[in-house]
Design a binder for this molecule. Sequence first.
Ligand SMILES: [Zn+2]
Length: 126
Amino acid sequence: MDKSEDVVFFEAMRWGGRVACPYCSSLRITRRKDQRFHCNSCQISFGVLTGTPLGGSKMPLEIWFQALQIVLDSRRPVGGRELGRLLGVNKMTGCRMNQKIQEGMRKQESRLLFQRILAALEHQDK
Ligand SMILES: [Zn+2]
């Protein structure tokens, strides 16, 4: 399970205080004890990454934050293999994470989200 401070941080970056259901956009959301959310409109539960290009992964948020910093802060392209090595995960995982980040950079919404996260992480010196 992710550290709650990481979930709260991602939540603030993504929704800025008003969690919205990624399926139906409803704001009638209940926070569950396991760091997930429940939508009271469509009755689906979701996590902070659900509906973002980083969703569907079991990787802890803190590793995603590191990956975003490595890939997006670098002045030269970082390959999946290298990313895996730097994160201490296997190269398959590194490649998949890199793909998800690149995919996210191609969509305006997630690109802005990544940039917000990066700026905030730099500010916190995390
Ligand atoms: Zn919903």
